[in-house]
Ligand binder design. Structure first.
Ligand SMILES: [Fe+2]
Length: 204
């Protein structure tokens, strides 16, 4: 497994970790403003965004900035980020909770599969390939992840974020067949690699 195909560390660093953690400690309604129903999520206020150069740049480019909360002694099961249809995201782990972020590769034995972990460096931003199977294990403390989502224009054309579902050829909202879904995913998977090149060029 080539790490660069799963995550990619950007040049920019987060300068507002303390402010974000303080904000997290005071949020009471984590479910409010929910975009992805399976996650506890909260938008980051503009007052914090404007103190950080990279976050301000991303917001100006139309990206959405949120925090995901994972409670102690729990995990996000292996999944791909189709809910909310995030073809890629930029992530920064806040603080240093004892947790593991793992991508899954090929099966090598009947009960053995390749894995790769993203060992988040403090204050570092990573472009994250959410369309590869991944899981997160969290242990003793709350885990807060700063996550930045691309504008809706990067989502699959068939996807309507307001409905949380896909349109068929006749314009009806429907769950897609597995075949169509795979084709859509293959298209969406190229977005991570496009962004990787773009961020190298922009030196962000
Ligand atoms: Fe995910």
């Amino acid at each position: 497994m080539n790490p660069d195909d799963y995550f990619f560390k950007l040049n920019s660093t987060c300068t507002v970790e303390a402010e974000l953690l303080e904000y997290c400690a005071n949020v009471e309604d984590w479910a409010a403003g929910l975009t992805w129903e399976s996650f506890l999520q909260k938008s980051v206020p503009d007052s914090i965004i404007k103190k950080d150069k990279f976050l301000t740049t991303m917001k100006d480019m139309g990206w959405r900035i949120s925090i995901l909360k994972l409670i102690p002694m729990s995990w996000y099961k292996f999944h791909i980020d189709t809910h909310g249809n995030r073809p890629t995201a930029i992530n920064c782990l806040l603080g240093s909770p004892r947790s593991l972020s793992v991508f899954k590769g090929k099966e090598v034995r009947r009960l053995q599969e390749q894995i790769l972990d993203l060992n988040y460096e403090r204050n570092a931003f990573y472009l994250f390939n959410g369309l590869e199977q991944h899981a997160v294990f969290n242990f003793e403390s709350d885990r807060f992840l700063l996550t930045i989502t691309p504008p809706d224009s990067y989502m699959a054309k068939q996807y309507d974020p307001s409905k949380g579902s896909y349109k068929d050829a006749a314009g009806n909202f429907t769950l897609k067949s597995f075949g169509e879904f795979d084709t859509m995913l293959a298209e969406q998977k190229t977005i991570y690699f496009k962004f990787r090149e773009e961020f190298i060029t922009l030196q962000l």
